[in-house]
Design a protein around this ligand. Structure first.
Ligand code: ATP
Ligand code: MG
Length: 174
């Protein structure tokens, strides 16, 4: 089923923003519509896990930026925080089940180590991938990349019909 990413992300932002007084979650995106073939509750889980990590591992607060853009027929969604960051020696394990970074800067922060493995599993099931960049002590950016279409104000995909400023899917086949 085709779903729109942006409304799902906006919903997760609203749900996560009420969890914290010291972070501001800021969405930077385009005017237009995006569509991916996917499961909206699973996609919601992906962004819940990523945004809750961004908050949890930025214990002194700060902005959390979300950016949505298209590149090479993929929709990319970045979640950027200015928190603890990920030490280089943990980078290879970060998506493993039950893996948690055991550094003194986060020993009091709880969790099971499952969040990112679930993110990776769901994104891969959507034929996408998840990556990250981080500088220890400065922050992290996780990037979800999923096949999808995004149509700004010009150009039409054969499956997509423009009505007003919105786009509707005319042919839906699973
Ligand atoms: P759970 O998500 O299951 O509650 P968790 O947050 O420990 O537990 P993951 O979300 O899989 O598990 O993250 C694994 C580890 O990666 C974390 O223990 C944390 O140290 C590190 N990590 C994840 N996201 C970030 C982030 N945004 N900034 C810094 N470290 C992070
Ligand atoms: Mg987590």
């Amino acid at each position: 089923k085709y779903i729109e990413l942006l409304p799902i992300i906006e919903k997760v932002i609203d749900n996560q923003q009420v969890q914290t007084d010291v972070h501001r979650i800021i969405l930077e995106s385009f005017d237009g519509n995006d569509l991916i073939l996917g499961d909206s509750s699973k996609i919601e889980q992906v962004f819940t896990n990523l945004i809750s990590n961004a908050i949890k591992y930025s214990p002194s607060g700060g902005p959390v930026y979300l950016r949505l853009y298209e590149e090479n027929s993929l929709l990319h969604i970045e979640v950027e925080d200015h928190g603890l960051g990920i030490p280089e020696n943990a980078a290879a394990d970060i998506f493993n089940k039950f893996y948690r970074v055991d550094n003194s800067d986060r020993r009091r922060i709880g969790g099971t180590g499952l969040g990112l493995s679930i993110v990776q599993e769901i994104v891969r099931a959507h034929d996408g991938y998840v990556s990250f960049k981080s500088k220890y002590g400065e922050g992290s950016t996780f990037i979800v990349s999923i096949p999808g279409v995004y149509k700004p104000s010009h150009g039409l995909d054969e499956n997509i019909h423009q009505s007003g400023t919105r786009y509707e899917v005319l042919v839906i086949e699973d």
